[in-house]
Design a protein around this ligand. Structure first.
Ligand SMILES: NC(=O)c1ccc[n+]([C@@H]2O[C@H](COP(=O)([O-])OP(=O)(O)OC[C@H]3O[C@@H](n4cnc5c(N)ncnc54)[C@H](OP(=O)(O)O)[C@@H]3O)[C@@H](O)[C@H]2O)c1
Length: 241
């Protein structure tokens, strides 16, 4: 039986690769994002059983509409939508500006995942998996964005404890630098990219398929005893014991 897989922010980058990985295996995938045209192109490009639903995951009303459009049972929820909302914006000035910059990153990376899980979580059945996309920035320290992703990893632990009683796992994948995404917009320089590659043990950039492979494992029968964890996928750029 094919699974029902929801990939938030599935129109581009990591989310698109995750959607492709599950769809190629015959799963039924729903991708979301705020831009209908981007989602439509991804559906057309990838083929397979993929459906697009536009949704801003920071908006409770749109999340309720998304939940209403989904099947009764969901097997895998990948909370991938996110990004560093500071990129391409002015350095905030004044307390009000600072507050807005904090809230933007928290909304986009943490509240979005929490609200989405609340809206859809009841549909997850026994054997289900929730996967959140965190970031190496949570460990290295990177302003509001890193703090938001650290919050995501912390929240995941309590969520995993709660969902465990229903035989549902919940884990974070924490990527290092991943190319072929819209994440950095036009701010990535050749010099910075070279430094990020040099910081890895394997001396290459990460690609979205590296993260899709980890998501595939965490949603597989082989990972049913893995929960409440953060899995670093960064080529060795940040190590853990
Ligand atoms: N690339 C990296 O080096 C890297 C490293 C560590 C972690 N990450 C994390 O990986 C995840 C995927 O990012 P990516 O690298 O693949 O970059 P990306 O290509 O910019 O993908 C982010 C996706 O999320 C969607 N999105 C953002 N905010 C949303 C919202 N409020 N509601 C619905 N969809 C939203 C975007 O689509 P719309 O704009 O159309 O909504 C976009 O498709 C993010 O959580 C990011 O923080 C990336």
């Amino acid at each position: 039986m094919s699974r029902i897989v929801i990939v938030t922010g599935g129109g581009t980058g990591i989310g698109r690769a995750v959607a492709a990985r599950f769809a190629e295996a015959g799963d039924s995938v729903v991708i979301t994002g705020r831009r209908q045209a981007v989602l439509d192109k991804t559906v057309a490009d990838l083929g397979g059983d993929i459906r697009a639903i536009t949704c801003d995951h920071t908006d409770p009303e749109q999340l309720a509409a998304l939940a209403a459009a989904l099947p009764e049972r969901v097997d895998v929820l990948v909370n991938n939508a996110g990004g560093n909302t500071d990129i391409g914006t002015e350095t905030p000035s004044g307390l009000a500006g600072l507050g807005r910059a904090w809230l933007a990153n928290l909304d986009t990376n943490l509240i979005s995942a929490a609200l989405t899980t609340e809206a859809i979580g009841e549909r997850l059945g026994s054997g289900g998996s929730v996967i959140h996309i965190g970031s190496i920035a949570a460990d290295k320290g990177n302003g509001f964005y890193g703090a938001a992703k650290a919050g995501l990893a912390s929240w995941n632990i309590g969520l995993a404890r709660e969902l465990g009683t229903r035989d549902i796992t919940s884990n974070v994948i924490s990527p290092g630098y991943i190319s072929e995404t819209e994440f950095f917009g036009d701010v990535m320089t050749e010099q910075r990219r070279a430094a990020l590659i040099e910081a890895t043990f394997v001396k290459r950039v990460g690609i979205p398929a590296d993260i899709a492979g980890a998501a595939w494992f965490l949603a597989s029968p082989d990972a049913r005893y893995v929960t409440g964890q953060t899995l670093n996928v960064n080529g060795g750029a940040w190590s853990s014991r």
